[in-house]
Design a protein around this ligand. Structure first.
Ligand SMILES: [Ca+2]
Ligand SMILES: [Ca+2]
Length: 109
């Protein structure tokens, strides 16, 4: 499989594996979110970015529609935030505006 395809299928597979809601709409509750952040993110820089130690804070940051769970769309945003964080670290570019407050629908580049 091509590399980008691997990334895409991994994102979907990881989400579904941890969401674990057989039959129902797959969502990550607090416990599931904690697990996925703890087990699937190892690098300290990225762990810093999303505070898995304070899972309430992480949930608040990711749960954009405030239903108490992380759906796939919200999970994708999380991955995107982490990817940008890594990109910035690697290139020193794409400095954040608005002091870490992610704006819904922002598409700049
Ligand atoms: Ca679930
Ligand atoms: Ca939500």
């Amino acid at each position: 499989m091509a590399r980008l395809e691997q990334v895409i299928t991994n994102i979907v597979d990881i989400f579904l594996e941890y969401a674990d809601d057989d039959g129902k709409k797959p969502q990550l509750n607090t416990e599931e979110l904690k697990k996925v952040l703890e087990l699937e993110i190892q690098s300290p820089e990225l762990k810093d970015k999303i505070n898995a130690a304070d899972i309430g804070e992480a949930m608040e940051m990711l749960d954009k529609n405030h239903d108490g769970e992380v759906n796939f769309r919200e999970f994708c945003r999380c991955v995107c935030v982490l990817a940008r964080c890594y990109y910035q670290k690697k290139t020193g570019k794409g400095g954040k505006k608005g002091k870490g407050k992610e704006q819904e629908g922002e598409q700049e580049d």
